[in-house]
Structure formats: structure tokens, C-alpha cells
Design a protein around this ligand. Sequence first.
Ligand code: 13P
Length: 339
Amino acid sequence: MQAQALIDTANELVAPGKGILAADESTGTIKKRLASIDVESTEENRRAYRNLLFTTPGVEDFISGVILFEETLFQKADDGTPFPDLLAAKGIVPGIKVDKGAKPLAGFEGEKVTEGLDGLRERLADYREAGARFAKWRAVIDIGEHIPSDNCIDVNAHALARYAALCQEAGIVPIVEPEVLMDGAHSIERCEAVTARVLARVFAELDAQGVLFEGMLLKPNMVIAGKECPQQAGVAQVAEATLRCLKRYVPAAVPGIVFLSGGQSDEVATAHLDAMNRIGGAPWRLSFSYGRALQAPALKAWSGKPDNVPAAQEAYFKRAKCNGAATRGEYSEDMERAA
Ligand code: 13P
């Protein structure tokens, strides 16, 4: 039965001790990441970098799934194995980013709507054929003096639900990602209020469009003060505010919540997840779907040099292990210092 397969995959992605690697940087974003280590963004360099991550020995103990960019889904590892097959052979579920990016929302200055619905049914069939079993669509909500508008939240929620329904029709688990950005000087209270509005609309749309909550995952931001806010909240406050907000708006039928890191430093993102799991009592599994917070130390260690591959893999393995422990509320700072 298709519904049962969706439910099984969603649960597999949030298995205890494991979480997701977001390695689905679009062509523009990966160019920026590679430029930060003085590496040119050629197709081969992008492939070599992803090859390094995906072939890291033992990482499958902490990584349940990897989100790929379309180009990567059709690329091959050094030994000629297609990346989705390589991941699947390690017991890691291959996933695919399917949105076409956030574009300016006509008539609403400073706000964005994520595009990519046209032709999505056909693309999903191709991705499924290539081995993808889950997908991601990211909506972006910016906080400013007069934003977000209700309209920006509505159109993004509507698109997320249309995407999710199409995924489930294709037998692909949708990760629904409404990201309230950390950019700006807003307080943690403002972030909580906006996140609440967004989640309420997103779940109303998912429900209205018949999405099976048991066969999806939510990928939200944590409730956190803006980067330029002088009053930064501590780990305990972020954990409490995030859990409070999610408990109010996320149905217990959703099997798991996999956070994005959104610009938090790697160790802070781990500490926040750990603190939430220590509080406990949540109706869903709380895990990670980090991009930067899993990759930043590995990218730096690699710096585009083949000799550095083992050191880069070690750095990625360490972040995966620390975050795996955080999904159980068993992370400690000693793990950061351990060899
Ligand atoms: P970050 O963890 O770097 O925010 O990336 C996660 C992601 O996939 C954003 O869409």
C-alpha cells in the first residue's frame, strides 16, 4: 500500500540516533560555498566534494538520508556508481530538492514565493526512477518591520501543500520546509510569533489539500533571535520556545521534525537539538536536516585538495556523530574535544 510505504520511509528518516544531511545546495549556493575555500565551481569539483561526503566511512550510523540537488542525483561516485545507488547500498535514503528557488513576490516588496510547481508531477516521476524516495521544498519567510504579510505566508503555504500532495501521489515523502529567516535584529519573541503564524497556515493548507501527516516530515527553523539582535537567547531558552511553538501548531500525527541550521554555528545547532531532546515528551521525533552545520568544518578541512579528503571526512563524521547523539539528548561538549 502506497500510504504505508510513505509512513515507513518517513519513520526511517527519523530513526533514533540519526538525521539528514542537506547536500542540495543549488548551483548558486554551492558556488558561494566553494568560493569560500578558493575552489572553482565546476561540475567535477561539485561532484568530487559530494563524493567525499557520501563515501565517508561509517557515517551511515548517524545519517539516515541525504538531500541531493538534481545535478548530483544523476552524477556518479569515483568508482562509477550512481550516487543514489551508493547511498542506498549504505542504508542511506536518497532525497531530492525539487523547488526552483524563492523568487520576488509580485506586489509585495521584500517578500518571496517559492516556484517550481509547473511540471513537478513529471519531474517527480523521473526522480523516483533515479532512486529518490523523499523530497524537499523550501519556502522563505523574512521578518522585517512590516513583513511577513499574510499574503506571503498564504501563497507559500499553498505551494508547500501542492508540492506535498504531488510528492505523496508519486510515492515520495515530502519534507515541508517553511523557513523563517534569522536575518535581522528581531527578538526571539518576534520569531516565535511569526513561526506560529506560518506553521498554523502551513498545516491548515496541508490538511485542506489532503496531505497524509503520517507520511511527511516538517523542516522548520528553530525559534531564535535575529542575527543582529543585541539580546541573544541562551540554549535553554531557544529549546523551550521552539518546543512550545511546535507543540501548539504541529499535529502529533507527523512522525518527525528535522530542523534546518539556518546560519547557526555548527556546535550551537547541535546544542539546541540536544537541549530539546533532553526536555523530552514531544509527540514527534526531533532530529536534524542540516546543511552548513554538518558541512562547514569538512568543507574547510578539504579546501579542494585530494590529500585532505580523510581529514574532511573525519570532520563530517564528527558533526554527524555529535548530532546523532543530540537526537537522543546524549550530546556532551566532551564529544567535541574527543579525537
Ligand atoms: P542549513 O542547515 O545550512 O540552513 O541548510 C539546510 C537546508 O537544507 C536549507 O534549505
